[in-house]
Design a protein around this ligand. Structure first.
Ligand code: AQP
Length: 326
């Protein structure tokens, strides 16, 4: 049976990048045969969080977001990473076969340090914990956004180091990245949309606040009449995530042609606000219902953890035996 596994950090409210790059393709996988494990990476979030109440709130919000966006707990196990402590044991085992230089090259670490975050050892070890998560469930495929591909390659390397030393313990996973624009959704500043960069659009945002954040999407001072290359417009990249191909081409053509009938950036923003509100309307309704029923969310997470833990225990035992600790 094929196994799919992925995780999302509860390091803030989920944004359009998390949705198009991860949640939507992961929910679509429910239609395929196989075991699906989706976890809320709360151990990971501790590398950058120091507010317990906020972390608890974000964990719940991520669970509710997944369920509101269509995750069916009867077809996929949704659970908290910290409910499966076996992954931290595997982290240690993998850390002992992984060279420092390998982790020093990890892009997400380098990126966060470059942005001024003071790194702790946990942040440095992030790819090892991530590798443990993936390997603990004998995952075949890891559906993730394009930014995570390097981490999956590191996981393959770590599995190889361990297996090379102790025999075939870990199964080699492959990344499953969505095609096109969903692989790397830009933020309002044109950089990768990210919770920690303050450039995201929360997927359940509506009304004035949505207008305000869409208003921040980077434009320039060229007038509407001036013909423009649609490929260079961030606003059109956002619209491409939501509009049917026919409508998108129409907007692109009018931007390219310029002149009297050409839309200004304001028009494109109004259409984007409408499109976001419309796309997420059913999910927003489900989210409201889930907010009223916290007991149900807890039960789903507990059931998911029980299934996940059984699988992780078997892998942990296999790894301990292989390296001489049993
Ligand atoms: N901009 C993006 N485009 C496409 N996919 C994205 N993902 C994140 N940003 C984009 C995908 O979402 C999943 C969960 O990511 P994560 O929250 O665990 O960590 P991340 O990739 O580091 O996401 P952020 O928002 O950038 O979080 P912070 O700022 O906390 O580090 C992954 O599958 C990721 O590929």
């Amino acid at each position: 049976m094929t196994t799919y596994l992925s995780g999302i950090q509860p390091s803030g409210l989920l944004h359009l990048g998390n949705y198009f790059g991860a949640i939507r393709p992961q929910v679509a996988l429910q239609e395929r045969d196989g075991d699906k494990f989706y976890f809320i990476a709360d151990y990971h979030a501790l590398t950058t969080s120091d507010d317990p109440e906020e972390l608890r709130g974000h964990v719940r919000e991520v669970a509710i977001s997944y369920l509101a966006c269509g995750l069916d707990p009867a077809r996929a196990s949704l659970f908290r990473q910290s409910d499966v402590p076996e992954v931290t044991e595997l982290t240690w085992l993998l850390a002992t076969v992984t060279g420092m230089g390998v982790l020093e090259r990890a892009v997400s670490y380098k990126d966060k340090v470059a942005r001024g975050l003071k790194p702790n050892v946990g942040l440095f070890l992030y790819p090892v914990l991530q590798a443990s998560d993936i390997l603990a469930y004998d995952s075949d495929f890891v559906p993730v956004g394009g930014d995570q591909v390097q981490h999956i390659e590191l996981t393959q390397d770590m599995a190889g180091y361990f297996n090379g030393r102790y025999g075939e313990v870990f199964h080699r996973p492959e990344a499953l990245v969505p095609s096109g624009r969903s692989a790397k959704v830009p933020g309002v500043d044109g950089e990768k949309m990210s919770k920690s960069y303050g450039n995201g659009i929360w997927l359940f945002e509506t009304g004035k606040r949505l207008k305000k954040v869409v208003g921040r999407i980077l434009t320039d001072s060229r007038p509407p009449e001036e013909p423009k290359d649609p490929d260079g417009l961030l606003l059109l990249d956002f619209l491409a995530l939501f509009l049917e191909p026919g409508e998108l081409e129409d907007w692109r053509e009018r931007v390219r042609a310029g002149g009297e009938g050409a839309p200004g950036y304001g028009h494109l923003k109004v259409r984007l606000v409408e499109a976001i509100e419309e796309h997420f309307a059913p999910a927003r309704e489900r989210r409201e219902a889930l907010l009223q029923d916290p007991g149900e969310v807890d039960r789903i997470l507990e059931r998911g953890a029980a299934v996940a833990r059984e699988r992780a225990r078997a892998t942990r035992d296999r790894a301990l035996r292989a390296c001489g600790l049993r």
